[in-house]
Design a binder for this molecule. Structure first.
Ligand SMILES: C[C@@H](O)C(=O)SC[C@H](NC(=O)CC[C@H](N)C(=O)O)C(=O)NCC(=O)O
Ligand code: NI
Length: 144
């Protein structure tokens, strides 16, 4: 058996691409448009780890132009990625307007949320980094 992907439904595909691709740093691996089912699938992965994907499902708006809004179930926890420099990764996310809900005060772990509230965990690859400001004294934000 081989892990393929985790599927998340997204309300706004452009906003989600700005989060997962531009802010988080994933790369688009493949995309498919499904006219009959009226949805788009976009698969993204970390550079160099193309086999471990997140599948964004975008259900097209209905005849009234309304796209479904998804309220997350407690059964889904988070997506997790290892990063080479958690401070640099969090700074890039902030530069793209993403709130660091759980800052890396310990130089090891941070959490952010996608535009749909999907929780994403970032873990420092290897040993934790030494404490550094502003992260060491940054409080949790929002529902963290
Ligand atoms: C190609 C493979 O990776 C898929 O996951 S396709 C699965 C299929 N997805 C859809 O039909 C997307 C649109 C649908 N309206 C939806 O929101 O799921 C599917 O069977 N989805 C059902 C599911 O529970 O995942
Ligand atoms: Ni799938």
């Amino acid at each position: 058996m081989k892990y393929l992907h985790t599927m998340v439904r997204v309300h706004d595909l452009d906003a989600s691409m700005r989060f997962y691709r531009d802010a988080l740093g994933l790369v688009e691996v493949k995309r498919s448009e499904h006219e009959a089912g009226r949805f788009t699938l976009v698969y993204l992965a970390a550079p160099g780890d193309e086999d471990a994907q997140v599948e964004l499902t975008y259900n097209w708006p209905d005849a009234d132009g309304k796209a479904e809004v998804y309220t997350g179930g407690r059964n889904f926890g988070h997506l997790a990625y290892a990063v080479q420099d958690i401070y640099a990764a969090c700074a890039k996310l902030q530069q793209h307007g993403v709130t660091i809900n759980r800052p890396p005060r310990d130089g090891r772990m941070a959490f952010v949320r996608s535009p749909d509230g999907i929780s994403v965990e970032l873990l420092q690859a290897g040993p934790a980094l030494p404490p550094a400001e502003p992260w060491a004294s940054m409080p949790n934000t929002g529902s963290w």
